[in-house]
Ligand binder design. Structure first.
Ligand code: TXA
Ligand code: MG
Length: 320
């Protein structure tokens, strides 16, 4: 479902004039502002209620825009760009002076990606500037994979919402930092690690808890529903709790009646399909006033790594 040209042009005008626009990408919906305008970017932080220590990814439509925002691109990063852009890969590289500090939360490096979605590319091209965009949700909540998700949380705090239908990938981009000696995986996401490592060799993989200074968005609780989420199936059969389950392929028939609601992410066992369905299923369960959501652990290959990462973050206890 392509967005009509007049809507893209109107939204691009809003971005050029310092406003903020929610738009589809192949991963999740983003909330975009002119990346070169600190005042516009501040509006994104405000709308999301996002702390200013959490940097934003800058989106481009053409590699010609790179020299404006990236001071240098290491050889291995170039290899990935050539192969995977446009696509669900963000690279972190040294920034130029053109990128305001608010975009990178004062870090000397900037995250950059070229989304694989024709509407997103048209919007960035038409606005004539690189577009800084986090996921279009309130800070810490589940990322939106359709325009209705965006409206639920941000309808009154953004200047426009472009509706491009459902996102095809469904989890956020994979982030690889080139700011260290060895390429470092900052976030598993919509591009499988195996594909990256096949090209440039093994990535360093920090623990989820570490490195919050280098990438503050790694804060452990994230992508979270309001309902407590537990990884693993509880061994207790009898329970007064109202439970829902988020499962990969099936739920054993003898366990079915324990649950008020069942979400199976891919009956055929396809991890790409499961990733695509993950956030919408989490949101549906979250609306049912359940006492707990149980989630099965997923295989850790392909997009399973990103799914397990999001479930782990969603399962962290809420800090008060
Ligand atoms: O797929 C995606 O990446 C989506 C779509 C909209 O492009 N965007 C997204 O943005 O997920 P956000 O802001 O929700 O998550 C971006 C993550 C944050 O955790 C942030 O800490 C990290 O990227 N990040 C951004 N810039 C960084 C930088 N300069 N250095 C290290 N980490 C960075
Ligand atoms: Mg986000």
């Amino acid at each position: 479902m392509a967005i009509v040209r007049s809507e893209i042009i109107r939204a691009a005008g809003i971005i050029r004039n310092g406003g903020i626009v929610a738009f589809p990408t192949e991963t999740v919906y983003g909330l975009g502002a002119n990346a070169l305008n600190a005042t516009a970017v501040a509006k994104v932080f405000q709308a999301k209620q996002r702390p200013e220590f959490d940097p934003l990814i800058v989106h481009i439509h053409d590699v010609d825009q790179l020299p404006l925002i990236a001071e240098s691109i290491p050889r291995q990063a170039r290899i990935l760009i050539r192969k995977f852009w446009p696509g669900p890969l963000t690279i972190v590289v040294p920034k130029t002076k053109c990128v305001p500090d608010i975009v990178t939360a004062g870090l000397p490096n900037v995250g950059i990606r070229m989304p694989n979605n024709p509407d997103a590319l048209a919007l960035i091209k038409e606005s004539g500037v690189p577009v800084a965009a986090p996921s279009a949700n309130k800070f810490g909540c589940i990322s939106p994979t359709c325009a209705a998700h965006v409206r639920e949380q941000l309808e009154n705090s953004v200047d426009a919402i472009l509706d491009g239908g459902n996102c095809s990938v469904g989890v956020e981009s994979t982030i690889v930092s080139f700011a260290h000696e060895k390429p470092l995986l900052l976030r598993p996401g919509g591009l499988a690690i195996e594909e990256i490592e096949n090209l440039i060799g093994p990535l360093s993989r920090p623990d989820p808890e570490s490195l919050t200074d280098a990438s503050p968005g790694r804060a452990l609780r994230h992508y979270a529903p309001a309902t407590p989420l537990n990884i693993g199936i509880s061994p207790f059969r009898k329970s007064d709790l109202r439970k829902g389950i988020l499962s990969f392929r099936t739920v054993a028939s003898e366990k079915m009646n324990e649950y008020e609601a069942v979400e199976v992410l891919s009956e055929s066992g396809d991890l790409n399909e499961a990733a695509c369905n993950l956030f919408a299923a989490m949101r549906r369960l979250d609306l049912l006033n359940l006492d707990i959501i149980e989630a099965t652990e997923f295989p850790s290959n392909g997009l399973g790594l990103a799914i397990n990462d999001r479930l782990k973050r969603a399962s962290q206890p809420r800090k008060i």
